[in-house]
Design a protein around this ligand. Structure first.
Ligand code: DON
Length: 571
């Protein structure tokens, strides 16, 4: 067990005292409402791949609900978008069950194996050794996705797994033509895929990056999915699949054991909830850092009237809120089963009052004098989908293998690409991970511990409208989802939310990443004059949003226009 060092709590309480005078934000919002009492009568799904969206509708057509559809969408993504998520990875999902209006959080995040040894991830220079933490079997945590899908089907679905996994099994067997994006990620990872014979045999036929028109068939992956369909959790974590996974990992220098796989458990946790401008926002709790950060930012922003200031000032206040939330993110958060976190404080409106009081109305606060790291461009990995079914059940699920093709290591005989989620731990406290995030002891690796995640599947419930929202993008997930929530609260449609230009600040590096077109020249100048460092960055994210307008009982679904392979569909 790691406890947050007490000096941090003292430092935080200074903020608290500074702002204790203003408790206006504690006032109950007026319009907050749960989801509508009857279902929309039709369904909406938005995912990163049209085959996955269609798989969801196929299963709804067989009498399934949103949770069965989520199993179908996830497992199909594990075949057609396996550079982003898969059976060898994990996910965090929010579920809304219409019958009792219950919100449920499913934590199917990977865990560190028992033999985890922090030293192997540290290079001679004392910095994280990225080759070990992002490539090959030592970079892989024990997968959570298979257990999570089985859990969702058995506890919330209506159909047997054999039905909800059928589209994925069929596509893995019969094959599909990977899109340009899939082929591009093979190209990005070709050198590491080539290291491992089972990876190269699948993704580098003839030793080369395949070209458009190539059909990918994966009989081994189909069999792995069939064993899950037939035996549930035991079909993956015990028996033949488990044996193949352990022997492949160990023979390539990994440290997994049969006991690690058998010990894996899905966790249901209490979602976070925050009220913002008459909406109730339901967010992912730790081991997601996203929900806490978004709640903190919304709490800070709820004390400002952004509609009364110009775009530059509204953006400045939002950036300053991001900066403060990411600072806390880096310091305090980790796996709730291992770390005591001051969540009551972080989520309190009084704490937000304190943070708000430290924001200058027209001057950037320098983050720190610590050396900054260049966070890389977020790539084409990790995925999010959103579902609302005819009864009003909802799923927001973000799934990942971490970087493109995870560890790039396929366990021979399984067709399963193992994740490289170990890099999401703070492998060397204070040193940035692949997303430039600097963790502390709270997120240090320990046997059986879940690594902190930025994944932020979210619901926004209002009297008139409801949204299901999320996106991939590493640390930028948090600010994308925040900006999506703010846009939804401002009345924007699903396609406007997904298309809206993005900006991002994560405390360190101390700069604002800006998508082309996000700010006009005047806003750029005002922000720069305030002391913000703006950096142009190529487009990021792959947001998939569904919305429900209760006044007209209509659904809307949109997939990020930045990525052509996605599909948002209402049917
Ligand atoms: O859980 C996390 O925060 C990361 N593994 C997510 C990685 C990601 O979103 C990569 N996306 N482009």
């Amino acid at each position: 067990m790691v406890h947050a060092p007490s000096w941090r709590v003292v430092a935080a309480s200074l903020f608290l005292v500074a702002g204790a005078g203003s408790a206006a934000a504690e006032k109950a919002p007026e319009k907050t409402a749960p989801a509508a009492s009857r279902g929309p009568g039709h369904a909406a799904i938005a995912s990163a791949n049209f085959l996955a969206t269609n798989a969801g509708f196929e299963v709804l057509g067989k009498g399934g609900n949103a949770f069965d559809a989520a199993v179908a969408v996830s497992s199909t993504l594990a075949v057609v978008e396996q550079q982003s998520s898969g059976i060898g990875g994990g996910f965090l999902a929010l579920l809304h069950r219409a019958s009792d209006k219950k919100n449920i959080f499913i934590d199917a995040r990977e865990t560190a194996p028992k033999a985890v040894d922090m030293k192997v991830y540290v290079g001679k220079d004392g910095k994280p050794d990225r080759d070990v933490s992002t490539n090959g079997p030592l970079s892989a945590g024990i997968p959570g996705e298979p257990a999570g899908l089985v859990w969702m089907a058995e506890h919330y679905g209506k159909l047997p797994l054999a039905v909800s996994l059928a589209p994925a099994i069929r596509i893995a067997k019969e094959g599909f033509q990977p899109d340009k994006r899939f082929l591009g990620t093979i190209d990005d990872r070709k050198d590491v895929l080539a290291r491992y014979p089972a990876s190269a045999a699948i993704f580098l036929p003839g030793g080369k990056v395949p070209t458009p028109g190539w059909t990918l068939r994966q009989p081994d992956l189909a069999k792995t999915l069939e064993r899950i369909a037939a035996k549930g959790v035991d079909g993956f974590y015990k028996g033949e699949t488990a044996k193949l996974l352990v022997s492949a990992s160990r023979s390539a220098g990994g440290n997994w054991t049969a006991a690690d796989l058998e010990a894996y458990k899905v966790k249901e946790r209490e979602p976070l909830s925050v009220d913002y401008k008459g909406y109730r926002v339901i967010l992912a709790p730790p081991p997601s850092s996203g929900g806490v950060a978004i709640a903190e930012i919304l709490n800070i922003l709820s004390g400002f009237d952004l509609s009364k200031v110009d775009v530059a000032h509204a953006t400045h206040l939002t950036i300053e809120s991001m900066r403060r939330a990411f600072r806390d993110h880096n310091e305090y958060l980790g796996d709730p089963d291992f770390v005591t976190m001051p969540l009551d404080m972080l989520l309190s409106r009084f704490y937000a009052d304190g943070l708000r009081a430290t924001i200058s109305p027209d001057k950037a606060t320098p983050s720190d004098l610590l050396p900054t790291a260049m966070a890389p461009e977020p790539g084409m990995h990790t995925t999010h989908f959103s579902v609302i079914d005819a009864d009003g059940n909802m799923v927001a699920s973000t799934l990942t293998v971490n970087l493109e093709f995870g560890s790039a290591f396929v366990a021979a005989g399984t067709g399963v690409v193992l994740n490289d989620e170990m890099d999401d731990f703070a492998l060397v406290p204070g040193q940035p991970n692949a997303f430039g995030l600097r963790g502390a002891l709270a997120n240090a690796p320990e046997p059986g511990k879940r690594m902190l995640s930025s994944m932020s599947p979210s619901f926004v419930f209002g009297a008139d409208r409801t949204a299901v929202i999320g996106s991939p993008g590493g640390s930028t997930i948090i600010t994308q989802v925040l900006e999506g929530i703010l846009a939804f609260v401002d009345g924007k449609s699903a396609s406007e939310i997904t298309a809206q230009k993005r900006y991002h600040h994560q405390y360190l590096p101390d700069r604002v990443d800006v998508e082309d077109g996000a700010f006009d020249a005047a806003t750029t100048k005002t922000l720069t004059d305030m002391g913000h460092t703006l950096r142009k960055r190529s487009p990021w994210g792959f947001m998939n949003v569904v919305t429900w307008d209760h006044r007209t009982n209509t659904l809307d679904a949109a997939s990020d226009p930045r990525r052509p392979s996605g599909l948002g569909k209402v049917q």
